[in-house]
Ligand binder design. Structure first.
Ligand code: AMP
Length: 543
């Protein structure tokens, strides 16, 4: 008979992250730019106390274990308190992306059957419009003090956040329960079909928080000042509110001020060392810093993910600003972290160019996640860095089923990501495309990401997107859509010539069109579906 381990069993609960932060790094600051317009400063210990009061308030509102509490809020300390007050008291925190279409917001809230909504003041008008179509919502809490509450409202039961907190005494002990209990829900962006809910458990969230902080992952520690630009409604700000508590670092929460000037100001004033966000956010910040001849004095590292980070952006951040870029890949269904671009010790002596090539890939998996690539028949493909196939994953923080969906999304015990990728012999994964965005030219596949990455390296290009355009002979051929940098001039021919020697000739876009703006999804990715729609009647000159 096997001998069982004789170690304590303590459930991996989200509340334990916060109690640790309060006990061991209680005086470390949480700084927030508020919707009210001012800066607010608090500490981990204060956040912990107020989260307990919030848990009491939620119980007083009659919420029962397992019920869903929705948030429509930017990154700020109250949102952080809700994360912990809700999940810590056996309720489920459902972060809703307020940038989605209103009908989608309503659909998601109804699907999750949210009982209470916590809403930032400047998002309230959206909920006022939607409230008649939200039958499960019993109360809406505005995340402000009484003095900022609206004088009039169409919402029947409108409550004030600070009043809820003030009414409680904080004599509350975080309950202990099964670590597999659900903690939070995030919906996939649902650019095709209805969004689907990924339900994270306390256990998966704590394990993800551990792994995300590791030196080979985000590499954050208590000496860092962390500013998550990635919103708390985009896969829980990639776990930073949890990893932040685990390491007890200072957090700087930017609210809804995500333009280059506001971010730069916050980075400098609060001495931010580490950040994380999607590529489009960095475009704005880089432009601002360049145009005003500025420098970062403390900012050292950033995780860029959620969409492919163009190599030109990595070079700019590293060479011109001294900010190390950690390219990361993941998805809502993975909490989100899967892989990160970090070198191995054997790469230390490689020429810098070769190191760059490796770091531009989406990277290696962290322990806790495994991956493989398979062909259309489900046969496992080799790790040679050339063969591309459908990327599948499994692990401690990978979903096994979607909320309220009976049909299993798994294939042979693995989760099919919908991404197409190569993996090299050292385990470096590179995403070539979302499978539905691949450009299928006469049976051969062209990676839209490759085409975009080259274009983004052109000095006159602000943003570029490659999409499939109809071609009678090849079915699809690449069309490049370009937004020029302000004041820059460049022609179609110059852009096409820029591809010389950088990609195989047959992959060259058949046409380049210039536009003022490329549409983005609510999480800041290029909205390929809409772009294809927009250019569906485009006549390629090669036809
Ligand atoms: P979401 O669930 O909205 O975060 O979207 C996940 C999807 O974003 C992935 O399946 C990828 O298609 C894409 N994605 C995320 N990170 C990257 C990356 N670093 N490079 C390329 N695609 C990415």
């Amino acid at each position: 008979m096997s001998l069982m381990g004789q170690m304590m069993h303590m459930p991996l609960l989200i509340s334990s992250l916060l109690t640790h932060a309060a006990r061991h790094n209680g005086d470390v600051e949480i700084v927030s730019k508020r919707v009210e317009g001012d800066m607010h400063r608090t500490t981990w210990s204060e956040v912990e106390l107020r989260s307990r009061k919030l848990a009491q308030a939620l119980a007083r509102l009659g919420l029962k274990a397992g019920e869903r509490v929705g948030t429509l809020a930017w990154n700020g300390y109250r949102h952080l308190e809700i994360y912990y007050g809700v999940s810590g008291s056996e309720l489920i925190c459902h972060t809703v992306n307020p940038r989605l279409f209103p009908q989608q917001v309503a659909w998601i809230i109804n699907d999750a059957e949210d009982k209470v909504l916590f809403v930032d003041l400047n998002i309230l008008p959206l909920i006022e419009k939607l409230i008649p179509s939200l039958p499960t919502v019993k109360a809406v809490v505005v995340m402000v003090a009484r003095s900022h509450m609206p004088a009039e409202t169409a919402i029947p039961n409108l409550l004030c956040y600070e009043e809820l907190i003030e009414a409680e005494d904080g004599h509350y002990t975080w309950p202990q329960f099964d670590e597999n209990t659900a903690a939070s829900i995030c919906y996939t962006s649902g650019t095709t079909g209805n969004p689907k809910g990924a339900v994270y458990s306390n256990r998966s969230t704590v394990l993800h928080a551990y792994a995300a902080a590791l030196p080979d992952a985000m590499s954050v520690s208590t000496v860092d000042t962390v500013l998550p630009v990635v919103p708390m409604f985009h896969v829980n700000a990639w776990g930073l509110p949890y990893s932040g508590a685990l390491i007890g670092c200072k957090l700087v929460l930017p609210g809804h001020h995500l333009d280059g000037a506001s971010l730069y100001d916050l980075f400098e004033k609060e001495k931010v060392t580490f950040s994380a966000g999607v590529p489009t956010i960095w475009l704005g910040l880089i432009n601002h810093v360049k145009q005003n001849n500025l420098k970062f004095s403390t900012f050292k590292r950033t995780v860029v993910g959620g969409a492919a980070c163009p190599p030109a952006m990595i070079r700019t951040l590293e060479d011109e600003f001294g900010v190390q870029v950690i390219h990361a890949w993941g998805m809502t269904e993975m909490s989100p972290l899967g892989t990160l671009g970090r070198l191995k010790s054997k790469h230390a002596d490689l020429p810098v160019e070769a190191q760059h090539r490796l770091l531009e890939k989406q990277g290696k998996v962290i322990y806790g996640v495994d991956m493989r690539i398979v062909d259309a028949e489900g046969q496992v493909l080799p790790w040679d860095g050339k063969t591309s196939g459908d990327l599948e994953v499994r692990g401690h923080w990978v979903i096994s089923s979607y909320f309220k969906v009976d049909k299993s999304p798994l294939h042979d015990g693995w989760f099919p990501t919908g991404d197409v990728a190569t993996i090299d012999a050292d385990g470096y994964m590179q995403v070539t495309d979302r499978s539905k965005d691949v450009i299928k030219s006469g049976g051969e596949w062209i990676s839209s990401i490759d085409l975009e990455n080259v274009a983004m390296g052109h000095p006159a290009v602000h943003e570029a997107a490659a999409i499939a355009a109809f071609h009678p002979k090849w079915d699809e051929r690449p069309l490049l859509v370009v937004v020029k940098k302000p004041g820059a001039e460049v022609t179609r021919e110059e852009i096409l010539a820029f591809y010389d020697g950088k990609i195989p000739k047959w992959q060259l876009p058949d046409d380049v069109v210039f536009t003022d703006e490329i549409p983005h999804t609510a999480t800041g990715k290029i909205y390929k579906l809409k772009l294809r729609e927009q250019f569906k009647d485009h006549n390629l000159p090669t036809v």
